[in-house]
Write a protein that binds this ligand. Structure first.
Ligand code: HBI
Ligand code: FE
Length: 319
């Protein structure tokens, strides 16, 4: 009892990290990887004008203060062309592949082929529908900060466009991925409850729990599937934004396992091919319930109460 020197030390470290009390206290400046310099295998690596543009857009995100409207960007005709191409391609995937909630929410945003949507307008629609909002960020945000944002019903979104040389590919989140993959689902209250629980669980999580939550996020919000009768439908942004992934998910070559947040989550695969395992939800309500249970295991009751007091009646009115 108490002989292991490492254990008390770890406890102290967890205690020292302050739980953010408001969105302002969630740091949106720690960008991983791609932030400023693009990697050698990035499609924009040799394109200085593209990199300059990315820097200018990153500065806007860094200067933004919580509560201010998100600055509107004037997108170039090249950027508009990328948006137009991606929107037309992906639209074709949704009628058969996307879950009912996505199909209900997608039209709320009234995406047009001839205009790149502005984050501020979409954030307003989300506020109206579910109370969620968008906060601009310069690139791939540190997982802890990104997950903490979800506790404040905030989705950190990039504002730049992927490189025009490869409109159907991006190694990192870009505007098309955020707007077409993530934003529509955030207009669904049950989906939001589920994602909110992931966020609240992250507030007091230690580093290994953050890693576990990152994987939970990956296998739900990025690559999740939900059952409609016997049919598997996509709600994960990574499936909804890839023809190949959608095809792969539907042809049954992968494993399909019931979603269990407590289970050891498989390895996340990034660029290399498709997922070989998908988590299947019975419904978003069921997923939300499971994630709330998981959350209550690692989050003190007072924080649970403070952050989860206002959820949809369906969850609170359980007998
Ligand atoms: N940052 N901008 C941005 N967009 C994301 O989708 C995102 C992120 N950081 C981390 C992340 N997603 C997840 O993969 C998990 O690490 C939470
Ligand atoms: Fe994503």
């Amino acid at each position: 009892y108490g002989t292991k020197a490492a254990a008390p030390e770890q406890k102290v470290r967890t205690k020292e990290r302050r739980v953010p009390q408001s969105l302002e206290e969630v740091d949106n400046t720690q960008i991983l990887g791609f932030g400023a310099d693009l990697a050698e295998d990035h499609p924009g690596f040799k394109d200085q004008a593209y990199k300059d543009r990315r820097m200018a857009i990153a500065d806007i995100a860094r200067a933004h203060r919580v509560g201010d409207p998100i600055p509107r960007l004037e997108y170039t005709s090249e950027e508009l062309h990328v948006w137009n191409t991606v929107l037309r391609e992906l639209r074709g995937l949704y009628p058969d592949g996307a879950c009912a909630e996505f199909q209900r929410c997608f039209p709320l945003f009234d995406f047009k082929e001839d205009v790149v949507p502005q984050l501020e307008d979409l954030s307003q629609i989300l506020k109206r529908e579910t109370g969620w909002q968008i906060r601009p960020v310069a690139g791939l945000l540190h997982p802890r900060d990104f997950l903490n944002g979800l506790a404040f019903k905030t989705f950190h979104s990039t504002q730049y466009m992927r490189h025009p040389s490869k409109p159907m590919y991006t190694p990192e989140p870009d505007l098309c991925h955020e707007l077409l993959g993530h934003v529509p689902m955030l207009a669904d209250p049950d989906f939001c409850d589920m994602v909110h629980s992931i966020g609240v669980a992250s507030l007091c999580a230690d580093d290994s729990q953050i890693w576990h939550l990152t994987k939970i996020y990956w296998f739900t919000v990025e690559f999740g599937i939900v059952l409609e009768g016997y049919e598997k439908k996509a709600f994960g942004a990574g499936i909804l934004s890839s023809y190949g992934e959608m095809e792969h998910m539907r042809t049954g070559k992968a494993d399909y396992v019931p979603f269990d947040p407590h289970a050891k989550q498989p390895k996340m695969s990034y660029k290399d091919g498709y997922q070989n395992r998908y988590f299947v939800l019975k419904s978003f309500k069921d997923g939300a319930q499971k994630l709330r249970e998981y959350c209550s295991d690692i989050t003190p009751p007072d924080i649970m109460a403070r952050f989860l007091h206002k959820v949809t009646p369906a969850l609170t009115d359980d007998p």
